[in-house]
Design a protein around this ligand. Structure first.
Ligand code: GLU
Length: 484
């Protein structure tokens, strides 16, 4: 099943498909990926698909696409898989039988009601080991339980240090259910063993499983992996990110126009800081500097505002050609990025009206003003829609002043002749402003809403230069009519 080379570190990412890709999962995957790159090791993707209700084939594709989007590419030589837990079921059962043969596990026929009754009678919660010495053979309805030894289990965790578990708190846990099917902890360990995994780096919520899993590792293989449990991501109220409450799907951020490089950099700053004062660092630096031992113990706030601000910085770092290319899906409705799942964003204008050369002229002014690529269409739609998409509230506000109509009329007359360009337009508006006793900033409002439909957008005079004289005049006339 695996192509392990002796001495090669083998990491793994083992998601259970859920239909979307959690940002916390993305961070765990990145940790494993970066460690594999750092050590020239292997990143194994294993889909933990044994829960039948979670077995949609397109969900696996969604995981692969989401990983590819954050740069964890299935074609990279460090990448191995995907493997499917369900395909390994025979090995899970065989391992359980080995544990039974060696006396490390035993069968038990108590029903859950009987277990509860015994617990009530003794005043000690949980299963009391009733069948430990009853020497039962396998049989219908009998579960196989691991014989937990007395003492303590010490887990050495790369992030949390030494973590001790009192074995008295771990009852003889189930390995095979009454119908013979394996339990998660067994399947998870047997898969890791089969795949020669050396490092288990995963979410903190699995820490309670770890003493049980460590016992299974020791019993089945006589070795344990390097463990690392990374703290959970929380929202502003310091509550664990949940799909009901929070925006947790990586795909959603992608579709809003977060750049993958920004997402990767941001995720990596959650609970870890690159050395020095800067947080925005390239991937090569992250791969060089990242250390599990430097990961924080406490939960990390997934701050969308900060992510957006990172993204704005990443957007501004793009060359203009890269920016235009990155905007393409939002402008043409055609997704060109690696990932192809989800609905492509749709542009708010008919496809045939979009003109890339026109966009290219305004793009430098847009690039400096957006935090998300999905904000781009609303900034430039006035150029590609047949008419300015008038925002009535903004319109009424801009035309509320007495001076608005006469001043706009004066501007209209002067810009209908002479040079056409942002400087000339600005000079005209300034002059009209002086004549009407209105500041340039204020006077731009009716002109802007008349021509672009909105009260905010890219710089006005540059926008009008691109819109062109005829269209500008037509829209100003329409606005003057509307304003009465
Ligand atoms: N399948 C588990 C999950 O998605 C991960 C188990 C592990 O990493 O060991 O939470």
């Amino acid at each position: 099943m695996s192509n392990v080379v002796n001495g090669t570190p083998r990491y793994r990412f083992a998601p259970s498909p859920t239909g979307f890709f959690h940002v916390g999962g993305a961070r765990t995957a990145l940790y494993n990926w970066i460690l594999a790159l750092q050590t020239n090791g292997v990143f194994v993707l294993r889909i933990e698909d044994t829960d039948e209700s979670r077995n949609e084939p397109q969900w696996t594709q969604g995981i692969i696409d989401a990983l590819a989007w954050i740069g964890i590419n299935g074609n990279d030589p460090h990448f191995e898989g995907p493997y499917f837990q369900s395909a390994n079921a025979a090995a899970h059962v065989a391992a359980a039988h080995r544990l039974f043969e060696s006396g490390r596990a035993y069968y038990c026929d108590l029903t859950s009601e009987q277990i509860q009754e015994r617990a009530k009678a003794s005043g000690k919660p949980g299963y009391d080991g009733f069948s430990r010495d009853r020497n039962l053979e396998a049989g219908p309805g009998r579960v196989l339980r691991f014989r937990v030894p007395e003492g303590v289990t010490v887990v050495h965790d790369e992030v949390r240090g030494r973590v001790e578990f009192d074995n008295a708190t771990l009852e003889d846990f189930v390995l095979l259910r009454g119908n013979g099917s394996p339990i998660f902890n067994l399947a998870n360990v047997v898969d890791d063993l089969t795949m020669n995994i050396t490092h288990v780096v995963r979410a903190e919520e699995h820490l309670p499983n770890t003493p049980k899993q460590q016992m299974l590792w020791e019993a089945l293989a006589g070795r344990v992996p390097v463990w690392a449990h990374v703290p959970v991501l929380v929202n502003e109220q310091r509550k664990k990110l949940s799909k009901r409450r929070d925006k947790v799907a990586l795909e959603q951020y992608r579709d809003e126009g977060v750049l993958p490089e920004a997402m990767v950099n941001y995720l990596m700053t959650l609970g870890w800081a690159p050395p020095g004062d800067v947080e925005i660092v390239d991937f090569a630096t992250i791969v060089r500097e990242f250390k599990l031992s430097a990961v924080n113990h406490s939960s990390a706030f997934f701050d969308i505002k900060k992510l957006n601000s990172f993204n704005g910085d990443y957007i501004r770092k793009l060359s203009i050609d890269q920016f235009v290319a990155a905007c393409d899906p939002w402008l043409t409705g055609v997704r060109t990025a690696v990932a192809a799942v989800g609905d492509p964003p749709s542009a708010p204008w008919p496809a045939e009206r979009f003109d890339r050369s026109v966009f290219l002229r305004i793009a430098p002014h847009v690039q400096t003003r957006v935090a998300l690529l999905s904000e781009v269409p609303a900034m430039v739609d006035f150029l590609f829609l047949p008419d300015a998409p008038i925002d009535s509230v903004a319109f009424d506000k801009a035309f509320a002043a007495q001076w608005a109509v006469p001043a706009l009329r004066a501007i209209r007359d002067r810009i209908s002749v002479g040079e056409w360009g942002s400087d000339a337009l600005k000079a005209v508006v300034e002059a009209v402003g002086v004549e009407h006793g209105v500041k340039l900033g204020k006077l731009q409002a009716p002109l802007r809403v008349a021509t672009t439909g909105r009260s905010v957008g890219p710089p006005l005079f540059e926008s009008l230069e691109v819109l062109g004289r005829d269209e500008t005049l037509r829209r100003v006339d329409a606005a003057l009519t509307r304003a009465g």
